[in-house]
Design a protein around this ligand. Structure first.
Ligand code: NAD
Length: 399
């Protein structure tokens, strides 16, 4: 029996074409003729996803200012520039259109715009999370779940460290999930973002902070993502697969959003902060190895995962089910064209110490279901690095 709290005040609106209703949705949170700040990135803009939403808002009488200086793995200085613009134009609300990078930047702007300061001051407790601007998130990838989480992941440009602003008030006011907006996501990004969502569901389900609601959401997300990610990857115009992937990533966000992530994310954020590796790929390269590490001490939990995702069934002996889970994870990410750690040509063995250190310092390390040390992280890094997808058998950690 556990005590737990589950919180999510975000109103969720889902349906193909729902982003076209933006003007009537925004009416609920701002006064007529208010100034609205759209936060996006150049890729989303050139995919043609911003102009129609901007036009619907302008037709309804709102002034719209677009801030598109967001990079993948957004930087602290981008949030500060955005916050300055928010104050200059006296924005009344922020609308994020994009993947996790614009959504996280928009959350930071919604906080820093009205209150000033920089992200580190909030994390250090020197400034209070208060007076956050109304925020609407319109995800254009199916991966991060940021549209319903309380987190904003920002990279410090000088130290390359990823830090996380985390507060209930950072949960968006409204999330509009329009699967049609994800149909332009290229194949490799579909794969990477989809695996990110799967890892959210796995880590939210298995971590020490999990709770019955997160588990229910996580189990449903895992089943959905394992079924529909290969379909969305094979045919990006398959709208049913795109819909189910947005549903899966939403459920995964609701799963970890009131629990936590764990060791896969700690390593992924370390890799991403050193090399700017896309977040989903960074997760994928460590997933099978962390599962192997965790399953060694938590067999029944991982047998549950194997059964939920359909890699094993109830007739399998325990060790067989765990083996099938690990092999299933290798094959799943390999079939999505995701490279192994060794195949990321820029990764240097000399950086492993630093990566293991960053992973250990990550707040979510303590949430991993099995206690994990810097030495364990080093072992996982070495095992992941010694494997190419062209090898017949994936390497195993030595226990
Ligand atoms: P992203 O937002 O960085 O986007 C990746 C690329 O995809 C960009 O070049 C973008 O232009 C392009 N893109 C996005 N939508 C597109 C579309 N519909 N058509 C064509 N191109 C499109 O990627 P992401 O994986 O969604 O987000 C990653 C970021 O989110 C990382 O910084 C990560 O740390 C963070 N994150 C946050 C949370 C959270 O809860 N806040 C959770 C997980 C990850």
């Amino acid at each position: 029996m556990i005590n737990f709290e589950y919180d999510c005040h975000t109103k969720m609106i889902m349906g193909t074409g729902k982003s076209k209703d933006i003007a009537s949705i925004v009416e609920d949170i701002v006064l007529p003729s208010a100034t609205i700040m759209i936060v996006t990135d150049p890729g989303v803009k050139s995919a043609g996803l911003v102009t129609p939403i901007e036009a619907y808002l302008q037709e309804a009488g709102y002034s719209v200012v677009v801030f598109d200086q967001v990079s993948p793995n957004p930087r602290d200085h981008e949030c500060l520039t955005g916050a300055e613009l928010f104050r200059k134009v006296q924005a009344s609300a922020v609308i994020a259109i994009g993947g996790g990078s614009p959504m996280d930047t928009a959350k930071a702007i919604a906080l820093l715009g009205p209150n000033g300061g920089n992200p580190e001051e909030y994390i250090a407790g020197k400034k209070a999370y208060t007076n956050v601007s109304p925020l609407i998130c319109i995800p254009t990838t199916a991966g991060t779940g940021s549209e319903v989480t309380r987190s904003s992941v920002i990279t410090l440009a000088t130290s390359h460290k990823k830090i996380t602003l985390k507060h209930a008030l950072l949960r968006p006011t409204i999330a509009i999930l329009d699967p049609a907006l994800t149909s332009t996501v290229p194949k490799s990004i579909t794969a990477a973002t989809g695996v990110d969502a799967l890892v959210h569901a796995i880590e939210g389900y298995t971590c020490k902070e999990t709770n019955p609601i997160s588990k229910a959401m996580g189990a449903s997300a895992m089943k959905t993502i394992v079924t529909y990610l290969p379909k969305a990857y094979e045919d990006g115009s398959d709208l049913e697969a795109r819909y189910k992937m947005q549903e899966g990533s939403l459920l995964a966000g609701l799963c970890f959003g009131s629990a936590d992530v764990a060791a896969v994310h700690c390593l992924a954020e370390a890799l991403g902060s050193l090399y700017d590796t896309p977040h989903g790929i960074a997760n994928a390269v460590f997933l099978p190895y962390v599962i192997q590490f965790n399953a060694a001490e938590n067999k029944s939990l991982h047998i549950e995962l194997a059964n939920i995702m359909g890699f094993a069934d109830k007739t399998d002996a325990d060790d067989v089910a765990i083996q099938k889970l690990m092999d299933g994870m290798y094959t799943f990410t390999k079939n999505l064209g995701i490279p192994s750690l060794k195949e990321l040509s820029y990764v240097k063995v000399e950086d492993f110490e630093k990566m293991a250190e960053l992973a250990e310092q990550n707040n979510s390390t303590k949430s991993n279901v099995r206690a994990v040390t810097k030495a364990d992280y080093l072992d996982i890094l070495k095992a992941a690095f010694s494997y190419s997808h062209t090898d017949k058998e994936p390497n195993r950690l030595t226990e």
